[in-house]
Design a protein around this ligand. Structure first.
Ligand code: NAD
Length: 499
């Protein structure tokens, strides 16, 4: 084993992950930091998946009867365990997903935050009492646990997305089965081990309450097609969503789809340009452009274009790119060769469409793929600008009129996150009213959401909402109950049916 391999071994041993699961398998685990293979991870076959779903069903039938605040106690313990394991998990996120340390730590913090949120929620799964038209009747809406929740997650948020789903699903009385990205199996094993500690302290949770199935697309497909999975929450590319959505619809299963984004920001003439520069730079270059909320398009008003874009180019030229374990950098590696090739392809297409490219060169060689983030001045919203390329490419365009640019901003297939930088309240409000995305910000970038809000997007982003606000309702089923406490039987709408 190499230096990183040994470090990973120590981390996994320290977190109590069963060695057989990550030394004795058939699926390679690769770090994007160096491109080297770290170990071979055990994958779930069809029989394991089938057994896991049976166990999850049994766990649900027991867990649903545990009072919700008591369910919250398990999630409270989980949050405590995550606090203790934060540094180790963050380091694994850096090694497996390539995030810089502060972003790795931020991702684990998101898990802790959603646990806190879910604990409070466990005492607030409120229903409604509704005015009824019939005398001596009471009508109410009551929320019940739903069933087995399947979670499919993407490589770029290898642990937070699982927690967003699991923390809510568990307090809502469900069991959970998770299929993480095949590119990040080790962080998944680590998180599962940390959850196991909380389970041990909790004491009497049913076996199979939260299970992990490591594997590729075929394991995800098994969850999609299985009637035992009541709700599937799938995070990943729009291509994945296109395959998953009709299959879920065919069996009338519930779906939360969190798919690709093509996020835009507008920099208006009145913007605080120092703030806008930092907001756009973090949004576009942070996580090496590998966030669903990464800023991919920026529209700059003609009157400030030259000065602002010159400053952006300077920021792009000076940003530190490299192995985040070895030096203080802001931009780590792309996940793999395919990501690099997609970036090269998009930059080629941009040039062919009249774009002028700054940056974008590969940094270093070998089996890892580091790139200088690319800024591309485009003559219009054409060609590759219309699509998400999961790499640090920022397309810059000039605009003259706010209404026109908002229309242009909305004129892409995805609808996840959006932003305007302005100090003009009228402009800000016009933008917020018109952006067709699930997230619309003023004077902050497109990326970096908090867990308190509902997270997700419209159009080809899939329409799902996860995390805060009332997202919990998707993990429950609602029943409308009407009780007649009179000795008459008045019918609704004045219908008469006298025998
Ligand atoms: P991906 O679509 O390649 O894979 C995501 C997950 O889906 C993996 O676990 C994969 O094994 C599984 N999968 C793929 N095809 C499947 C199928 N047909 N049936 C069942 N499961 C299948 O995505 P990725 O490269 O891991 O992640 C990057 C993409 O995810 C980007 O498009 C990004 O925008 C998106 N993403 C979206 C959000 C969001 O909240 N909207 C968050 C993170 C990432």
């Amino acid at each position: 084993m190499t230096g990183i391999g040994e470090a990973v071994g120590r981390l996994l041993d320290g977190l109590g992950v069963d060695r057989a699961l990550w030394t004795d398998g058939s699926m390679p685990s690769v770090t994007p930091l160096t491109g080297e293979r770290l170990t071979m991870v055990r994958v779930a076959d069809a029989a394991t998946t089938d057994e896991a779903l049976d166990k999850a069903g049994a766990a649900f039938r027991s867990w649903r009867h545990v009072p919700a605040p008591r369910r919250g106690e398990l999630v409270r313990l989980w949050g405590e365990e995550l606090r203790g394991a934060k540094d180790d998990l963050a380091r694994l996120v850096t090694i497996e997903a390539g995030k810089i340390p502060s972003e790795g730590a931020g991702e684990v913090q998101e898990m802790i935050d959603i646990c806190d949120f879910a604990v409070g929620l466990s005492r607030q799964l409120y229903g409604l009492t509704i005015a009824t038209e019939r005398p001596a009747h009471r009508m109410m809406e009551v929320w019940h646990p739903l069933g087995v929740i399947g979670v499919i997650s993407a490589f770029n948020f290898p642990v937070a997305v699982w927690a967003w789903n699991a923390a809510l699903a568990l307090v809502c009385g469900n069991s959970v089965v998770w299929k993480p990205s095949e590119k990040t199996p080790l962080t998944a094993l680590a998180v599962q081990a940390v959850f196991g500690r909380a389970l041990a302290r909790f004491g009497d949770a049913p076996d199979g309450l939260a299970q992990l199935l490591i594997g590729g697309r075929e394991v995800g497909e098994a969850l999609v097609d299985d009637n035992r999975v009541a709700l599937l929450s799938a995070t990943g590319s729009t291509r994945m969503g296109r395959s998953v959505a009709p299959r879920l619809a065919a069996r009338f299963a519930r779906a939360i789809l969190e798919l690709g984004g093509n996020n835009g920001a507008i920099v208006a003439p009145s913007a605080d340009l120092d703030l806008a520069l930092r907001g756009v730079a973090f949004g576009a270059m942070g996580t090496a452009g590998q966030r669903c909320t990464t800023t991919r398009r920026v529209f700059v008003h003609d009157s400030i274009y030259d000065g602002f874009v010159a400053r952006l180019k300077a920021a792009y030229a000076s940003v530190g790119v490299g192995n985040p374990l070895e030096s203080e950098v802001l931009v780590g590696p792309l996940i793999d060769r395919a990501a690099f090739e997609a970036m090269e392809g998009a930059l080629g297409a941009a040039r062919a469409a009249g774009g002028v490219v700054y940056g974008g060169e590969r940094v270093g060689d070998g089996a890892s793929f580091y790139v200088q983030p690319a800024l591309v001045e485009m003559p219009g919203q054409i060609g590759p600008v219309l699509e998400e390329t999961f790499a640090p490419i920022l397309y810059v365009m000039r605009y003259y009129d706010l209404d026109q640019v908002i229309e242009l901003h909305n004129d892409v297939a995805a609808g996840l996150s959006s932003a305007i930088f302005t100090t003009d309240v009228r402009e800000a409000e016009r933008f917020l009213a018109a952006s067709d995305c699930g997230i619309a910000n003023v004077n902050l970038g497109t990326s970096g959401a908090e867990i308190g809000g509902a997270f997700g997007g419209e159009k080809e982003t899939g329409g799902g909402r996860e995390s805060g606000s009332d997202s919990w309702r998707q993990y429950m089923r609602r029943a409308t109950n009407t009780i007649n406490y009179s000795d008459a039987l008045p019918l609704a709408q004045g219908v008469s049916f006298e025998l």
